[in-house]
Design a binder for this molecule. Structure first.
Ligand code: COA
Length: 184
């Protein structure tokens, strides 16, 4: 499937020197998204879940393409003034080459730019991650996320706990004081 370039696409160079095109994810990419998703999670999202998320006009969904091949994506939606990173996955054959980090950096950059343009405070971003998912936790911690709580047995497929991570102005200083519901 040929990816369509858009005017707000950016070129991102990963730490390994790979040049990616990072831009908005459209419905045309869903077959490739579904293939990556199947290799990423024990319980993958259905196509209907992706279609629902992609139809939300206020949301931000990014794909990363290497020479027109989708290699990763990020799905992020706002609820009650907080951005929720709902899904971030990289092609299982292309991991550990900086693609996940490039997607996350571009996502955070766009959220920050949009907040600035709207004269709003820097965005708060939250997500849930499996307790055993050390790779994702390391990626998020490097990007300024901190653990602020646990949802016990959150994942029905394995009964695993979720760690609740936040990225706010305070977490970037190693603190949790502006995280909703947390007094640190
Ligand atoms: C988590 C995921 C998106 C990371 O993508 P990636 O492209 O491999 O990550 P990057 O190469 O950009 O790695 C960035 C940093 O994250 C950390 N990291 C990534 N994979 C790691 C691993 N397997 N073990 C330890 N740290 C890891 C490292 O700090 C890494 O930096 P380094 O390579 O300089 O040490 C990918 O592993 C994935 O798709 N996993 C399945 C889906 C998933 O779990 N998504 C998260 C849901 S919350």
């Amino acid at each position: 499937m040929t990816a369509r370039a858009r005017s707000d696409d950016r070129v991102a160079r990963t730490r390994s020197g790979l040049e990616l095109r990072v831009g908005r994810l459209g419905e045309h990419a869903l077959p490739e998204v579904a293939a990556i998703e199947r290799g990423a999670y024990p319980t993958p999202w259905s196509l209907a879940m992706f279609t629902t998320e992609l139809s939300k006009p206020a949301a931000l969904h990014l794909g990363a393409w290497d020479s027109d091949r989708l290699v990763g994506y990020a799905i992020c939606s706002p609820y009650d003034g907080v951005w929720h990173l709902l899904n971030l996955a990289v092609d299982a054959n292309r991991r550990r080459s900086g693609i996940g980090a490039a997607l996350l950096v571009e996502l955070l950059r766009r959220l920050e730019e949009n907040a600035l343009l709207a004269s709003k405070p820097p965005p708060a971003v939250t997500l849930e991650v499996r307790r055993t998912n050390g790779a994702a936790q390391a990626l998020y911690r490097r990007a300024g996320f901190l653990e602020a709580g646990i949802r016990p047995r959150y994942y029905p497929d394995t009964g695993e706990d979720a760690l609740i991570l936040w990225r706010t102005p305070a977490t970037l200083r190693g603190r949790l004081d502006d995280v909703p519901g947390v007094s640190a």
